[in-house]
Design a binder for this molecule. Structure first.
Ligand code: ATP
Ligand code: LTN
Length: 339
């Protein structure tokens, strides 16, 4: 028997709407695979979703939907911890403490903050600004070794590392410094189908821009058929010169498990139409089973509540043990009633 404890993985997604194909290929698919080798913790980061104005009834529905999607994608509550961020108060608590170790200038440099403040000009709230500190708290609370995320989160992870290193430098080795794990093979940043220089985002203006995990096959086909390519009419892999075609090739490879060389051998003497239709078919083949499982799981609210309750209990226990160390290091007497 292997007695060494497994390394810890932590990651999360926001219940800010349905997940896109980008979320799945860039993050969630890796999470599912990591369950075999790591002690995994997957969080529904509902507090983060509040940085954009949400309708309460819709947010509640999205929270349960995202939990059902985690399960439908293959996250297994018997092997991994699945929980809701707001169920573990230590996240918000540690975020406050870490804010005092984060400089304004560091937050001002975050590209997600710059993008989101452009998108939500009427609600540039302080939470949007301090979002990366809450994310650092999420990760550092579990002595996380690896954080599987899409490329867009790399900058936030570097900040989490910097905060941990700074804190440890002042108070001794309280936090583990986490390592990012960014997907390879062109899916770390799946591109918007209408504007292939941007990442595919849940919040893109055009519905045609993003493929959702629960889209019907006809919708998926339509979106790929209308995907923006170029006027060159040749299938080559050139991210700069032909970003639309490169994105379709990357998606086809990720969905079929074939290499880029195999993709080029298969498509190079054909027209864009074939690439679009076959990419849609390959995507549909991987999403079909997820859709079917999702319908069943999402209908069972009682089961979802039970999964989240048991996840919260496991997470709370682990997070509180780390919080105790943090409070102690800072000189804050730990309340006797707390632990
Ligand atoms: P929004 O698009 O509304 O800003 P988001 O989808 O980026 O939200 P999350 O739900 O928190 O935000 O993302 C969950 C995971 O999906 C993160 O690890 C993120 O890096 C990854 N991800 C998001 N979009 C893409 C993409 N287009 N390609 C690859 N990975 C992505
Ligand atoms: N900011 C992330 C979501 C997120 C996250 C985390 C990811 C919040 N906390 C901790 C990994 C680890 C995003 O993808 N938008």
């Amino acid at each position: 028997m292997n007695a060494s404890p497994r390394s810890t993985v932590f990651s999360g997604a926001q219940p800010s709407g349905q997940l896109t194909l980008g979320n799945y290929l860039g993050a969630m698919r890796t999470w599912v695979q990591m369950q075999d080798d790591y002690d995994c913790i997957f969080c529904v980061v509902d507090l983060h979703a509040l940085t954009v104005r949400q309708d309460p009834a819709q947010l509640r529905a999205h929270i349960f939907e995202l939990t059902a999607l985690y399960l439908a994608c293959g996250i297994d509550p018997a092997r991994s911890t699945i929980f809701l961020q707001s169920h573990v108060p230590a996240h918000a608590e540690l975020a406050w403490l870490l804010a005092t170790f984060t400089q304004m200038g560091e937050l001002e440099r975050m590209t997600q903050f710059k993008d989101k403040s452009q998108q939500h000009k009427h609600n540039i709230n302080a939470g949007l600004f301090t979002y990366p500190i809450l994310m650092a708290a999420d990760i550092l609370l579990y002595h996380t070794h690896r954080v599987p995320v899409g490329e867009d989160q790399k900058q936030h992870l570097e900040l989490a590392r910097d905060i941990a290193i700074r804190f440890n430098g002042l108070y001794g080795p309280v936090f583990r410094v986490p390592e990012p794990l960014i997907a390879r093979d062109g899916v770390a940043r799946v591109k918007d189908l209408q504007n292939p220089t941007k990442k595919m985002s849940k919040s893109a203006e055009s519905e045609l821009a993003r493929v959702m995990l629960l889209d019907a096959p006809e919708a998926i086909l339509k979106k790929f058929k209308k995907a923006v390519t170029d006027a060159l009419g040749v299938i080559r892999y050139d991210e700069e010169g032909q970003p639309g075609v490169a994105n379709l090739l990357n998606i086809w490879c990720a969905a079929t498990g074939q290499s880029r060389e195999q993709a080029l051998a298969h498509f190079s003497h054909h027209q864009y139409g074939k690439l679009k239709v076959e990419t849609a078919e390959a995507v549909n083949a991987i999403l079909q089973p997820i859709r079917t499982r999702f319908q069943e799981l999402n209908a069972d609210r009682e089961m979802l509540q039970t999964v989240l309750a048991s996840g919260a209990e496991q997470a709370r226990r682990r997070a509180d043990a780390v919080m105790e160390k943090v409070l102690d290091a800072l000189g804050l007497p730990v309340a006797r009633s707390r632990f």
